[in-house]
Design a protein around this ligand. Structure first.
Ligand code: PSV
Ligand code: MN
Ligand code: MN
Length: 388
């Protein structure tokens, strides 16, 4: 075995969860463009996600958003997914689109609103038992727009209390992951704006609570890989929401805006023991495809993660440690960059073929005729989320 093969030996451990909402129509507040072939139901979203997995071998599970993906029988949905060759993954709660939550959900000063928001999460936990999901992901739109609008301290205390009740409802092998986002839809303050707040809240809950890091939820220039390192060091990194941003929460294809950042993140994931099935760190996409076709958009996304993971696995860590010990700044940086600049595409094509996968999943999808078929079959596809 040559060094590349040895280094890439762990590539088979890569699994990326895809979000059901990536297959629906989405857009900006200016326009939601419809795309031919858009799924009309969660079942059709699962079928599209299964296609991504079939062609890449990288996306074995699909995350659901409740109530966007609400069905009567979640066990049946689990069986339906299994027949397609995929599993149901993280359950994402949703307390950001009902009028009741205008001033907050888990942080609300109105006990009835808080009750409703907590009950929604307890319902999500019930769903998780039926779907076999491990993780409940909580992202809150809670926050304020104006200084003085509400008492930030009181909101934080109520958040802690609400989370405690939800946490207490978790099953033995279930986990809670709390996502942070520094702004939007609230613009003055957000109740879970940063990893520190998510860390403090989840630490207080206990060992089944973790932080979810969405790569699009940081201020420009943030050293995200430092946060990855720190959370892994503290044993509190539960999951990623991968996507790319140029300006704000753009939700563009992961690795599209800054592949070097994705490489640096994957390096810290591997370095910190966050890579692989048993690591406890779930890699997930949280993306929307406003202009491009959704299935190839998702295929490209998981391939980007695979490519940057492969490059990160190629880092000569012994040589890097040696250069770091010697204080050889340029040698260390050179070793790091050598891996990043390695074109792994040919070796990944071989890797796929050796596993019975198409060498080029993008081309294989085009040739499959699947898009043409769904364009003809599906009329009146759903918007991601709100139209669902
Ligand atoms: C919020 O910006 C977010 O990233 C959260 O993860 C949500 O669950 C997701 O978008 C979909 O709305
Ligand atoms: Mn997210
Ligand atoms: Mn987001």
């Amino acid at each position: 075995m040559n060094t590349t093969e040895t280094a890439l030996g762990r590539l088979g451990e890569l699994a990326i969860e895809v979000p059901s909402w990536a297959y629906g129509n989405s857009g900006t507040r200016f326009k939601v463009f419809g795309t031919p072939g858009t799924p009309r139901s969660i079942q059709e979203k699962l079928a599209d996600a299964a296609k991504v997995h079939e062609l890449t071998g990288l996306a074995p599970t699909v995350a659901l958003h409740i109530p966007w993906d609400k069905v009567d029988d979640y066990s049946a949905l689990r069986g339906y997914a299994a027949d397609l060759g995929v599993g149901l993954g993280t359950i994402n709660s949703n307390t950001f689109q009902d009028d009741e939550y205008k001033y907050g959900s888990l942080t609300s000063s109105d006990a009835a609103v808080r009750r409703r928001a907590i009950d929604h999460h307890l319902e999500c936990i019930e769903i998780m038992h039926a779907t076999g999901s491990r993780d409940l992901k909580i992202w809150l739109a809670d926050g304020t727009n104006y200084p003085g609008q509400d008492d930030m301290r009181g909101r934080q205390d109520r958040l802690a209390e609400s989370l405690q009740e939800i946490y207490a409802g978790l099953g033995e092998s279930q986990r809670l992951v709390l996502e942070y986002k520094f702004f939007e839809p609230a613009f003055y303050h957000t109740d879970v704006p940063d990893w520190g707040t998510s860390y403090a809240q989840t630490l207080a809950l206990g060992e089944k609570a973790f932080v979810c890091l969405d790569t699009g939820h940081h201020a420009p220039g943030t050293n995200i890989e430092f946060i990855v390192m720190q959370l892994l060091r503290l044993g509190k990194l539960g999951s990623f929401d991968f996507n790319s941003r140029f300006y704000a929460d753009d939700d563009l294809i992961v690795g599209a805006a800054d592949p070097f950042q994705l490489f640096r993140i994957m390096h810290e994931v591997i370095r910190g023991g966050g890579f692989g099935k048993d690591s406890g760190v779930a890699l997930m996409l949280d993306q929307c495809h406003n202009l491009e076709e959704k299935i190839p958009g998702q295929i490209r996304s998981v391939l980007n993660v695979q490519e940057m993971t492969a490059r990160a696995l190629l880092i000569d860590t012994d040589a890097l440690a040696e250069a770091q010990r010697e204080g050889d700044v340029l040698a260390a940086n050179g070793i790091f960059n050598d891996a990043f600049y390695t074109d792994v595409r040919p070796v990944l094509a071989e890797w796929r073929e050796s596993r019975g996968l198409p060498a080029d999943p993008m081309t294989a999808f085009k040739a499959s005729g699947y898009q043409k078929k769904i364009n003809e079959d599906r009329v009146g596809g759903q918007q991601a989320g709100w139209g669902a």
